[in-house]
Design a protein around this ligand. Structure first.
Ligand SMILES: [Zn+2]
Length: 103
């Protein structure tokens, strides 16, 4: 068999998705679904486009690696009861948001 063409580079998965589904959280202690302090470390690649005068415009930014280090409930002041929710597992009451076509 011929060798299979490599689809990934290193450990980075090149998934060119513009809008990744956001991770959602829930505080089991107080039921908070909407207010969290999230500490995230990100490694990104971007096209730094300078004008002749030295003015910088950052374009085509890609997230190569992302690591959520800490999630804290704003109401409780700690993150000991915060859990991650699978996308789509959240039941939002009808009319709670003005967002359309999110599903
Ligand atoms: Zn809480």
């Amino acid at each position: 068999m011929p060798p299979v063409a490599a689809a990934t580079v290193g450990r980075v998965t090149t998934d060119a998705t513009d809008a990744p589904s956001p991770t959602r959280y829930r505080c089991e202690a107080c039921g908070n679904l909407t207010r969290f302090d999230v500490v995230t470390s990100r490694r990104t690649k971007a096209f730094h486009h300078y004008s002749v005068g030295g003015e910088l415009t950052v374009e085509e930014e890609q997230v190569l690696d992302e690591n959520v280090e800490e999630v804290t409930c704003r109401w409780c002041g700690h993150g000991s009861a915060v859990e991650t929710i699978e996308p789509g597992a959240v039941t939002v009451p009808d009319g709670a948001t003005g967002v359309e076509g999110a599903g």
